[in-house]
Ligand binder design. Sequence first.
Ligand code: ATP
Ligand code: MG
Length: 178
Amino acid sequence: MRLFIGIALPATVRQALSGAAKTMESRMPGRYVPMENYHITLAFLGETDADGLARARRAMTCAAANQCAVPLALDRPGYFGRRENAILYAGITGWDALARIDQLLRQELRNVGLAFDPKPFRPHITLARHVCILPDILNAPLPPVCFPAKGLTLFHSTRIDGVLTYLPLAEAVFPEIS
Ligand code: ATP
Ligand code: MG
């Protein structure tokens, strides 16, 4: 099964983003991501068997063990790739602590012997693919929504009746430290 570890987003954040994405879609058509699928990817594991799944759960639990919730906020839109055929994303602010958790998670994945895509962590929420970017969009801030990353989620990326779905398989919550 195709697995990745990421941050699940609260429904309020997904709703706010979906509203912003609809406005952008009217000017920049493309393949927009349904709001149920909005997330932040930390480590992409790819095709993994049941043993790998168990290892991934162990690594997540270790990485999350001494963390506390990370306050994040939506920033501006941005894009990857060529401007004429880009991946449009929502930027995020306040992710320093999340980058440290990602480093820890990647180390724990190495410790349990699991391979993952080694590309550096670029925190973002993908909104659409195959978009031709209009430059003024990049200066328009997204809704000023703040939200906490409360833990790591292991997602199964699969198609259900042909629809791409990210099924949460396991969660490792960051314990509240008072
Ligand atoms: P599709 O591939 O069907 O267009 P998708 O990219 O959303 O859809 P997946 O390829 O399963 O679905 O990816 C799941 C998540 O992992 C997405 O956030 C995606 O951007 C990220 N991802 C996919 N491949 C990689 C990779 N090689 N390295 C890092 N992240 C990846
Ligand atoms: Mg993909």
